[in-house]
Structure formats: structure tokens, C-alpha cells
Design a protein around this ligand. Structure first.
Ligand code: ATP
Ligand code: MG
Length: 257
């Protein structure tokens, strides 16, 4: 690939009927970085992901993923990506390990068992690997979902709201998994409604609002857009998350059931 960018989006437009959801979306994602697309409900985040993963055609504009145009090189794009949708796509009846083996077999990979075991270990699911997914917590399910999407090592990974609906502990586990991914050179585009998630994970953050990217920058750049900090004396209240961890007690919850 000649371009340094794993994802290139220019002038993307999409309407559903007379609702103009995307009105000219532009952004670039550098190879090996984590890019967060932030926006409120209905902003069009999933629509962007669906266009980039070739599930949906744009009305106007261009997009390339891993150097391939999504409009003309759909098969090549699909070879280069994985998509973890907004709602977990794991099979409830199968065990975690069986889910992973199934996908590895569907992708015609050698040693599906070894691939499954490696991913179970990487996502702290080894102990739960033989259990039916129907017994998993939301966080475990999400981690398995992400693990499944990594089979075959796609260079570009789309995660649509990877932590929505998870408790604070499970969110941190998913964040760790995403950080590890990017640490290995995978490009990650994730969507989120949570500022703190973007803050925790992303190299760059873009805010999608009324059909356009209204802000795009690093966290430091975004913070500069705010008025300069004032010194104020306030009584520090614990955040709800602090209370939660104080009561629930650290990291060693769930998983062992
Ligand atoms: N197939 C469709 N037909 C009609 N309207 C649609 C369709 N898909 C999405 N929309 C509308 O397009 C807008 C953007 O939807 P989209 O799912 O992309 O938003 P989102 O940012 O992912 O929201 P959320 O945070 O709720 O997941 C919404 O107003 C939605 O109702
Ligand atoms: Mg969505």
C-alpha cells in the first residue's frame, strides 16, 4: 500500500428517504492508530461503518479502506476488515471456544483449535472457554465477539459501540483488548457515545454532528478548543465509578463462575 492512511473518507453523503444523515463526511485514519467517531444517537455513526464495511452504498463521496475503494473493490475491502456490530453476534448455544473454532473453519484457516485457544487466552476467556455463551456476562460476550472478529488478523477493525451497555469493569476489559490490538499494528475505527471512552482509547477523535465532522483532532487538540482552564476551589466528590469499584472491589469479578 502506498498511502499511509488505512482509511480515507471524502465527501461522504447518505440519505434515507428525505433524511440527510451524512452530508459530506471527511476524515483520515492513520495506519495502526485508534480513531474514535463520537456522536449522539442517530448521528450516523453506524451508517459510516456500514458504508466503510461495504454493507451500504453511499449516495456521494469516496471512501477507501486499506487502499481499496469501497464502491469498486468491495471484495478486497471485506478481505481486509472485520466488523463487530453494535449488537453481539455470538452463538448462544455454542461454547466460547466452539464459536471461535467455527469462524476459523469458515475462514479456512489451519489449526482452528490453536487459533481459538490463543484468542481465549488473549481475551482472558480460557477458563470460560468450554462453557455455553448463554452463561456469559455481557462483558465476556463482548470480548468473545471482538475475539471472533480478529480471526485471520484483519489489518482494519471496525468496532461499533464496543462497550455500550457494559458495566465499568467490563468496559475496562474491552478497552484493554482494543489497546492491545492497536499495539500490534491493527488500525481500529470505533464509534462511541462516551467521551471518556474516546479519551481513554483514541489517538484521534472526530465528532459527527448534523451530518458532518465538526471536530477532528487529538485529545490535546480538542481540549485546546475549550476556554483556558480557570482555577476554582471545589469539594471533590467521588465519581460514581469510584464508588462502584470501592464497593465491588477491583478487577477480580466475573469470569470465574
Ligand atoms: N435503514 C434505514 N432506514 C431509514 N432510516 C435509517 C436507516 N438506518 C438508519 N436510519 C436513520 O439514520 C440516522 C442515523 O442512524 P445511525 O444508525 O447511523 O446512527 P448512530 O449514530 O449509529 O446512532 P446510535 O448511537 O443510536 O447507534 C437515524 O436517524 C436513523 O433513524
Ligand atoms: Mg449506531
Amino acid at each position: 500500500m502506498t498511502t499511509p492512511n488505512a482509511i480515507h473518507v471524502q465527501g461522504l453523503e447518505k440519505s434515507y428517504g428525505d433524511v440527510n444523515v451524512l452530508r459530506g463526511v471527511d476524515f483520515e485514519v492513520v495506519r495502526g492508530s485508534i480513531f474514535a467517531l463520537l456522536g449522539s444517537n442517530g448521528a450516523g455513526k453506524t451508517t459510516v461503518i456500514r458504508i466503510l464495511s461495504t454493507l451500504l452504498k453511499a449516495d456521494a463521496g469516496t471512501a477507501t479502506v486499506h487502499g481499496f475503494d469501497v464502491a469498486t473493490r468491495g471484495a478486497d475491502v471485506r478481505e481486509s476488515i472485520s466488523l463487530t456490530g453494535q449488537f453481539a453476534a455470538v452463538d448462544e448455544i455454542l461454547s466460547g471456544r466452539e464459536n471461535l473454532v467455527l469462524i476459523a473453519k469458515l475462514r479456512h484457516l489451519r489449526n482452528p483449535g490453536a487459533i481459538a485457544d490463543g484468542l481465549l487466552a488473549r481475551f482472558s476467556l480460557t477458563d470460560a472457554g468450554a462453557r455455553r455463551v448463554s452463561t456469559y456476562s455481557g462483558g465476556m460476550r463482548r470480548r468473545l465477539d471482538i475475539a471472533m472478529s480478529l480471526i485471520g488478523n484483519p489489518p482494519v477493525v471496525f468496532l461499533d459501540e464496543p462497550t455500550t451497555g457494559l458495566d465499568p469493569q467490563a468496559r475496562i476489559e474491552v478497552w484493554d483488548a482494543v489497546k492491545e490490538l492497536a499495539g500490534q499494528g491493527t488500525t481500529v475505527l470505533l464509534t462511541t457515545q462516551y467521551l471518556d471512552e474516546a479519551e481513554q482509547l483514541a489517538d484521534r477523535i472526530a465528532i459527527l454532528h448534523e451530518g458532518r465532522i465538526i471536530v477532528n483532532g487529538t485529545l490535546a487538540e480538542l481540549k485546546k478548543l475549550l476556554p483556558p482552564a480557570k482555577v476554582e476551589y471545589v469539594e471533590k466528590q467521588p465519581r460514581l465509578e469510584d464508588v462502584f469499584f470501592a464497593i465491588v472491589g477491583g478487577k477480580d469479578r466475573e469470569d470465574q463462575a
